[in-house]
Ligand binder design. Sequence first.
Ligand SMILES: Cc1cc2nc3c(=O)[nH]c(=O)nc-3n(C[C@H](O)[C@H](O)[C@H](O)COP(=O)(O)O)c2cc1C
Length: 302
Amino acid sequence: MLKTSFLGKTFPNPSVLASGILGVTGAGMNRVIEQGCGGITIKSVSLEPRTGHPNPTMIGKKHFFINAVGLSNPGVEEAIEEIKKFRTLSNAPVIGSVFAGTPEEFAEITRQICRAPLNFLEINVSCPNVSKEFGDPFAYSIPAVQTITQKVKENSNVPVIIKLTPQAWNVADIAKAAQDAGADAICAGNTISGMVIDVRSRQPILHNKQGGVSGPALFPVALKAVYDIYKTVDIPIIGTGGITTGEDALAMIMAGATLLGVGSAVYYEGEEVFKKITDEMIAIMHEENIHSLDEIRGAAHN
Ligand SMILES: Cc1cc2nc3c(=O)[nH]c(=O)nc-3n(C[C@H](O)[C@H](O)[C@H](O)COP(=O)(O)O)c2cc1C
């Protein structure tokens, strides 16, 4: 009932682990798959290891999470080894994820990560937490997204997903530009920039002062981004941001998503959340006499 075809690959259900949440070790990725997740996105990696920002890097509130992890990662070589380990445990789809500071570096990291047994490659041009080092996210700029998409496509041996930010007011135009530059799919999207202040100390709580907001508060923002992007592109969309229930998941598909990225819900409810979301989807589909997700994809546009 939930089986989903995405760029020629069949997912048992449309849920995928969003980048940055547990997708670091082969064993961790396998545990998520065993809990009913349809596919994995690895934590974004760079050419060299990075330590990221000093603590505190993450705060959880009832309606949102905010993080400024700062893209800490063990570097591409270790990521390749972990993906190989995962492959010995599972055949589930794997989406690689990379970031870099320049178009040339994106080309190089793409060549490197493509030595791993990946099914797809996601390009993170939208992290809001590293502007001190990298400047504004590339995902705000049509020319930057086009140049990076072209570079990555020239160097990738798997389909390429461009991960955008719903914080860009013209995210639908940016998605269209990515498609025109050769992107195979869009992920919409990343966290959006925010902050939290401690009233006793009168200071920002995160060491980095600002961070990326995720979780339920992000859901309507991500939903509208997917809705708008669906109107401008013909390529599939991974709807990501604040999904915690089966109802959220079906709404995201009605906005136009094919796959559903789930991140913060894992912090709220544990790895079991994938099964909870898919069970709830099936229950609503029975109630509403919906037989397949294809039947309702983009339905909110009719
Ligand atoms: C702690 C944390 C780390 C993240 N790291 C990455 C990352 O490395 N690369 C990336 O593309 N997105 C990263 N994200 C963004 C998520 O993949 C996702 O786009 C965002 O959290 C919205 O989905 P959610 O509300 O389901 O968490 C991270 C999010 C969190 C909370």
